[in-house]
Design a protein around this ligand. Structure first.
Ligand code: GLN
Length: 292
């Protein structure tokens, strides 16, 4: 790292000489993954991958080179790519992300797919997204089901602002984004047909929290007490108050929590309980139906 800092200084001070796209990529690939280098350079130049491939001899402007080098340094120190570029693709949309929100994960697309399979296309349906973060789940559902109305809740004001920005930027109007602690900002009453959530579920003692991207993500979105199950348990216990007769609860959970999650759902009286595997073959989303 000190050597890299020195290199960076040399490149951006008196001795700086502009470099081409291919030189910048070759240099950065000595320090970070090729795919990361490509994403950072695309972000700096605001171009796509094809452009990089077909303009490899193009010179970078000095401020572009300086910005790229700075981002490479941050990546070397572990900052997630999505926080450096400020965006992450999820399902078929692109979301703004900042360190105030969890970076949307591919496995959460399973939750969205399952929700879309449940929500009718041409009939109104009320959906609650608990702990919406960037809004990825709620906004994607709202976009694909224009007849539905999504209420999205988060405890973090910073997250709410990002989710609202995303909804507006994507032109989504059938969503209401509210500050609240799980259900506490909602009027009691059986008002939702479907509740979805990707709550924090990693155990506080899990060493993964000290590794990779997770080190930079908000703890409030990642980890929970009671071996990671406290939020899942709270949601399962409170959800029936807010679900119509026959309404469903759809929860993302950890790789080793499906059995416990099904048990909690069953103990609370949910029926038609099942768990579904993500693309990695891990039981990642569990669902149950509430009957009054
Ligand atoms: N799926 C994330 C991970 O394991 C955690 C997100 C969450 O706690 N909801 O990295």
């Amino acid at each position: 790292m000190p050597a890299l800092n020195r290199y960076f200084r040399d490149q951006t001070t008196a001795g700086y000489t502009p470099r081409t796209i291919s030189q910048a990529l070759n240099w950065s690939c000595q320090h970070i993954e090729q795919v990361d280098a490509r994403m950072l350079l695309q972000h700096v130049l605001q171009v796509n991958h094809a452009y990089l491939l077909t303009h490899s001899d193009e010179l970078l402007a000095s401020e572009q080179a300086a910005k790229f080098f700075r981002l490479v340094l941050q990546r070397v120190s572990g900052v997630p790519i999505a926080y450096l570029t400020g965006v992450r693709e999820f399902y078929d949309l692109v979301f703004k992300v900042t360190p105030a929100v969890l970076i949307p994960r591919p496995e959460t697309e399973l939750l969205v797919e399952m929700a879309l399979a449940i929500i009718p296309e041409s009939r109104s349906c009320r959906i609650l997204d608990l702990g919406t973060g960037s809004g990825a789940i709620g906004i994607t559902i709202a976009k694909h089901r224009p007849e539905a109305f999504v209420t999205a809740v988060d405890l973090s004001v910073d997250a709410i602002n990002i989710a609202k920005w995303n909804a507006q930027n994507l032109g989504i109007e059938n969503i209401c984004i509210l500050e609240g602690n799980w259900f506490n900002s909602l009027a009691a009453g059986k008002s939702f047909d479907l509740i979805v959530s990707n709550p924090p579920y990693i155990a506080k003692s899990d060493p993964h929290l000290q590794q990779g991207d997770l080190r930079f993500e908000p703890d409030i979105a990642l980890s929970a007490d009671a071996d990671g199950l406290s939020c899942i348990r709270h949601i399962i216990m409170a959800a029936p108050e807010y679900l119509v007769d026959g309404g469903q609860l759809l929860l993302e959970h950890g790789y080793n929590q499906s059995v416990l999650c099904r048990q909690l759902l069953a103990a609370k009286g949910f029926r038609n309980i099942s768990s579904h595997v993500d693309l990695a073959g891990i039981e990642r989303v569990s669902v149950g139906r509430n009957f009054i």
